[in-house]
Write a protein that binds this ligand. Structure first.
Ligand SMILES: [Zn+2]
Length: 420
């Protein structure tokens, strides 16, 4: 491939619109090589950290402490799942950042890499150095274990956060929690709010949204695809109100409550011009098809929706929606980690189908900076390949390709999240 397009994209700044840089994980001084694998998507090859309706779990395996690194604990990732794209991405990043030019992590070189990882993470400057090396100017983090996190004091002035709203849509009772263990009522209490009736709850949520800017929070984040289906139907207020105060409302009452709150939050977002970022695809996979949210998008034409992950595996359905609905943007995060080859195919189509050049942006979606670095290297390489193919095929000019690259990596996100 033409090196110059790869060079061009390699040097563009990136606004990273989605990470899970949680202070309690990313600021730990003691991190070893095994932990990088456990607390990454490579870790998901061994254990999904979320449950299907038929499953239960005691604690989030990603937040559990890792033991010492051994070849026996690394081998399930490197040999058992060595062909998986998440593993490939992380291996490339680890050997590039911590190694001496070796292409793989092996039985022979892992001890030296482990020592290098541990030494790097003890240096407080490590994280920001790698972000800089990755060309990332701004990070928007989704601290799902602390939905009200102001990331700036702990993580740095180049961070913003989103307010994860899952627990709010499940907040019919003080004891109800989302799949990450968050409780709406505890969140409200933390900022001096409370609700003893459904109407008070709606008012309290409005105040919670009003407090976002002061916390450095630039969007609402709906990841309900990990808690329920995403068929956010026109809310039935009577049934929604019937859920209030019940420990275990009937399934129809839970759904109506969630539908009602999701609608309420979309209205609040529109009135304040705050975007709504939403996970689609995989998750509770029987209920995460992008067309499930079509009704919500139609009911809220003034809300700006940022739909994630190319709704893998339903990217074509999502692209169809992105052509029809003009209040819809695409967050390509994760899609290039899941499947680089599908990503290239989908990006070719997205460039052709989307109504204008403002619609795409990207993020890393990771817990540690090594994986973030690898994600951005992967994204740059794949985007450059697709743009080069488009130029070579005569689809558009080199100048158009470069303008689109700048917008995709940086300009679109700055504008979309009003970061200036
Ligand atoms: Zn994520």
């Amino acid at each position: 491939m033409n090196n110059s397009m790869r060079e061009y994209v390699a040097h563009l700044p990136i606004v990273d619109v989605h990470e899970h840089h949680l202070p309690e994980v990313i600021l730990q001084p003691e991190v070893n090589l095994l932990q990088l694998f456990q607390q990454s998507y490579a870790g998901w090859t061994q254990a999904r950290p979320y449950c299907l309706p038929s499953e239960s779990r005691d604690a989030d395996p990603m937040l559990a402490t890792a033991g010492p690194t051994t070849w026996e604990t690394l081998a399930p990732f490197l040999e058992g799942s060595g062909s998986n794209s998440f593993v490939r991405n992380l291996v490339r990043a680890v050997v590039e950042l911590h190694g001496n030019g070796e292409p793989e992590i092996t039985r022979e070189n892992w001890p030296a890499l482990d020592v290098a990882v541990r030494a790097a993470h003890r240096r407080p400057e490590w994280r920001q150095e790698i972000l800089k090396r990755a060309g990332i100017t701004t990070v928007i983090t989704d601290a799902y274990n602390d939905p009200l996190l102001d990331p700036r004091p702990g993580l740095g002035a180049n961070y913003r956060s989103v307010m994860r709203t899952n627990s709010l849509a499940l907040g019919w009772h003080p004891d109800s929690r989302d799949h990450n263990g968050s409780s709406a009522h505890e969140l409200l209490k933390r900022v001096g709010l409370g609700a003893s009736s459904f109407d008070e709850y709606l008012t309290a949520l409005e105040k919670l949204v009003n407090g976002m800017a002061a916390r450095g929070q630039v969007a609402l984040k709906n990841a309900l695809a990990y808690d329920r289906d995403v068929n956010f139907d026109a809310p039935d207020e009577k049934i929604a109100r019937a859920a209030w105060g019940k420990v275990s409302p009937a399934p129809a009452e839970r759904k109506a409550f969630g539908d009602f709150i999701v609608d309420h939050l979309c209205r609040l977002a529109a009135a304040r011009d705050l975007p709504v970022q939403m996970h689609l695809g995989t998750g509770i996979i029987r209920g995460s098809h992008p067309l499930g949210v079509a009704g919500l998008i139609e009911r809220h034409p003034r809300t700006r929706f940022l739909l994630m992950h190319l709704a893998y595996p339903w990217s074509r359905d999502l692209l169809g929606m992105a052509f029809v609905y003009r209040n819809l943007w695409l967050d390509l995060t994760w899609s290039f980690l899941l499947s680089p080859s599908h990503f290239k195919l989908a990006l070719h189509e997205a460039i052709e189908v989307l109504p204008n050049e403002s619609r795409m942006m990207l993020g890393g979606d990771n817990w540690h900076v090594e994986e973030t670095y690898g994600a951005m290297q992967t994204a740059r390489r794949l985007i450059a390949e697709v743009l080069e193919e488009k130029v070579t095929g005569g689809y558009f000019s080199r100048a158009t390709a470069e303008r689109l690259a700048r917008r995709l990596l940086h300009d679109n996100a700055r504008k979309f999240f009003q970061l200036d």
